[in-house]
Design a protein around this ligand. Structure first.
Ligand code: NAD
Length: 252
């Protein structure tokens, strides 16, 4: 039982971990024993300090994941430093809000390119590495309530996160035979930069809180248990599942 959730010596790539949910998961994985490769477009020294204070190594790879051309450099930097990879957390994501009738192609492409396209091609690159290592691996995609629901004023976000749920199943179907477990976490309404506008909008905030059975917004720390579980041997026979961490939102 003690070793089931032990990630000592594993190497985890976490995208978008300088803040928010990605930071919460990077720190949680470090506390469980992982070295962390943080893939960020801006400075992640706060995460570095938190990872190192748990006794683990931290490698920053500074790239913009809006462009798939950077993916080879992420793998190269990881292998140069650690020689292997065990876990990929596809967390980096953006949202653009506008009425569907006014929504622009630029807001469509920016969100789809990061949230779906880069997620797929980074997973592909890491899966190839997992296959060559021959010991399986864990891919954890960050989905959303809008993988299950339609949402409002966020067409490209809904499309991208619905794609994340489908791709999680597809990757599981193709790669489970290599011992690669691909799953997703669907966070509910979490207090981060991503939801700042909603938290500030008094009436939307009231509506949202009124529907969450737990009666509060989630926090980056609320992601820890699900993330460690899906990264660990405890989840070796869990494939293609999207696990809601939502304070009960979907149960309503
Ligand atoms: P956040 O805005 O605090 O964090 C997003 C992260 O992605 C940041 O680290 C940011 O630097 C990184 N990022 C953005 N664009 C990037 C790019 N082009 N290249 C590299 N990194 C980039 O938001 P968050 O709430 O922590 O979101 C994390 C993930 O969780 C996202 O995929 C988001 O869609 C998802 N999510 C959040 C909520 C929520 O309520 N906050 C709910 C469901 C899903």
């Amino acid at each position: 039982m003690n070793t089931l959730f032990d990630l000592s010596g594993k190497v985890a790539i976490v995208t978008g971990c300088n803040t928010g949910l990605g930071q919460g998961m990077a720190v949680a994985l470090a506390q469980a024993g992982c070295h962390i490769v943080g893939v960020n477009r801006s400075d992640s020294s706060d995460t570095r300090e938190r990872v190192q204070s748990n006794g683990q190594s931290y490698l920053e790879v500074r790239v913009d994941l809006g462009d798939t051309k950077v993916i080879d450099s992420i793998l190269k930097a990881t292998l140069d430093k650690f020689g292997r990879v065990d876990v990929l957390v596809n967390n980096a994501g953006i949202i653009r809000r506008n009425d569907a009738v006014d929504f622009t192609e630029a807001d469509w492409d920016a969100v789809m390119d990061l949230n779906s396209k880069s997620l797929f091609f980074l997973s592909q690159a890491v899966a190839k590495q997992f296959i060559s290592q021959g010991e399986g691996g864990k891919i954890i995609n960050i989905a959303s309530m809008l993988s299950f629901q339609g949402g409002i004023r966020v067409p490209s976000y809904t499309a991208s996160k619905s794609a994340v749920l489908g791709l999680t199943r597809l990757m599981a179907n193709e790669w489970a035979k290599y011992g690669i477990c691909t799953n997703a976490i669907a966070p509910g309404y979490m207090a981060t930069n991503n939801t700042e506008a909603l938290q500030q909008d008094e009436s939307r905030n009231r509506e949202i809180l009124g529907r969450i059975p737990a009666g509060r917004w989630g926090t980056p720390q609320d992601m820890a248990g699900a993330c460690i579980f899906l990264a660990s041997d405890a989840a070796n026979y869990v494939n293609g599942h999207t696990l809601a961490v939502d304070g009960g939102w979907l149960a309503r």
